[in-house]
Design a protein around this ligand. Structure first.
Ligand code: FAD
Length: 405
């Protein structure tokens, strides 16, 4: 019976443990925290967006995103749905193709995974941080922080990324892989709020608004989304801002100068909006900001007009054609520059990670260190928001586990 040691009791480590145990392996799973699946419990705002009906390479990023094609060909969406149904967790579809547990509770996902691992006889070793992977003859030794040594024929590294440190995420997985000779693309935070250094914008703190949002570099669109954004004390948050944050962060870290363009009226053409403004300005005695009061949330007209270089109390009737054009422009193309990325502690995912060209996509085995398998977010693949990161974790974990026969 093959002995398999798994490093990390998160999404991909747990599914790997189940699949390996089903193949008859004697599995020991090491988790450095005092509980398994802490991040899993926080997913999807506590509902766990397990996957998405539209699993496709276009939702993934990294130096070689096509790697996911190999992975999903072996364990894809339907396999994931069947796997969870098989362990007592039917999925239901929510908005935008997102799939959730029918209970709408992340805790039930962890409960069924944990039940299954225990039923299959997986040994779960909590509070055991693996600090080193060593070789002894044909075998692999896992050394924990407490200097315990455990010997295995195979090891699955499922240690996750360094995103969202409040739940215990760290660089541990990258360091272990580097110690084996793997290359790691420097991780950077993805799916998180965006800092906008422009201070006047911070006066909009607390306002939520439906927008179209784009990240552009030299006039070319690098990322685009639509939906709600939330103005904050330091910049912008909300689902649409999180969607484009990866592109903004990557470009800023490359010392490029991207801009973020926000369309505050995505449902209207420029012409329709111009007509609406002209109607609002028919009473020329109204202050320019006051004339927009019924159209935009409080504080916004004042701030936007200031940004357009127009005094808020100017009579709207006195606005020149150029000033009217400037108001229209700021409403349809509010252009701002992103600042340095915020910290990993706020990031839902990490971009970068272990080079996937060094992994066999059919088994998840390392091409550098035979006998070691690597799965989940520690790899240089990050998905968009919407269930894509968990799907990658399930698929890679399941493949690595099923390869232990
Ligand atoms: C707030 C939040 C919400 C999210 N919501 C969603 C969502 O709804 N849908 C979605 O698709 N994705 C979501 N994600 C992303 C998703 O949770 C991750 O992509 C996924 O958990 C990655 O799985 P993993 O197994 O690779 O890593 P993890 O789930 O992070 O598990 C890694 C485990 O390894 C342990 N570990 C690390 N190093 C060691 C070591 N040296 N020794 C022993 N143990 C170690 C860690 O403590 C951790 O328990 C969310 C992330 C966050 C932070």
């Amino acid at each position: 019976m093959k002995r398999v040691g798994i490093i990390g009791g998160g999404a991909s480590g747990l599914i790997a443990a189940i699949q390996a145990a089903r193949k008859g392996a004697a599995v020991t799973l090491f988790e450095k925290q005092k509980k398994i699946g802490r991040k899993l419990l926080a997913t999807g705002n506590g509902r766990c967006n397990i996957t998405n009906t539209d699993i496709d390479v276009s939702h993934y990023h990294g130096h070689n995103p096509r790697f996911v094609n190999n992975v999903f060909a072996r364990f894809g969406l339907q396999d994931t749905i069947d796997f969870f149904r098989g362990i007592g967790l039917p999925l239901v579809e929510g908005e935008e193709g997102k799939l959730y547990p029918a209970s709408l509770q992340a805790s039930s996902v962890l409960d069924v995974l944990e039940y299954e691992t225990r039923k299959l006889g997986v040994t779960i070793s909590l509070h055991r941080r693996v600090d080193a992977i060593r070789t002894r003859g044909d075998h692999l030794l896992l050394e924990t922080a407490g200097r315990e040594r455990h010997e295995f024929e195979r090891v699955i590294l499922s240690a996750g990324s360094c995103a969202y440190s409040p739940l215990g995420a760290s660089r541990s997985g990258y360091e272990l892989a580097e110690s084996l000779g793997h290359g790691v693309h420097e991780p950077f935070p993805a799916i998180l709020p965006i800092t906008i250094p422009l201070r006047i914008l911070h006066r909009l703190q607390g306002i939520k608004w439906e927008v179209g949002i784009e990240v552009l570099l030299n006039g070319k669109t690098k990322s685009r989304s639509g939906g709600e954004i939330l103005f904050t004390a330091y910049g912008i948050s909300g689902p649409a801002a999180l969607d484009v944050s990866r592109a903004a962060n990557e470009l800023v870290l490359q010392h490029q100068q991207p801009v973020i363009v926000i369309d505050l009226f995505p449902g209207m053409t420029e012409e329709d909006l111009r007509e609406r403004l002209e109607i609002l300005w028919t009473d020329g005695d109204k202050g320019a900001a006051f004339s927009l009061q019924g159209t935009l949330p409080r504080r916004m007209p004042q701030v936007l007009l200031e940004m357009a270089g127009i005094q808020a109390d100017r009579k709207s009737g006195a606005l020149t054609p150029a000033e009217r054009g400037a108001v229209l422009k700021i409403l349809k193309r509010l252009t701002i520059q992103p600042g340095r990325p915020r910290d990993f502690s706020e990031a839902v995912a990490a971009a970068g990670g272990i080079d996937v060209n060094e992994i066999n996509g059919a088994t998840m085995e390392s091409k550098i260190k035979p006998g070691v398998y690597i799965t989940g977010e520690v790899l240089d693949i990050d998905g968009e928001s919407g269930g894509y990161n968990l799907q990658f974790a399930w698929s890679t974990g399941a493949i690595a586990g099923a390869s232990q026969c």
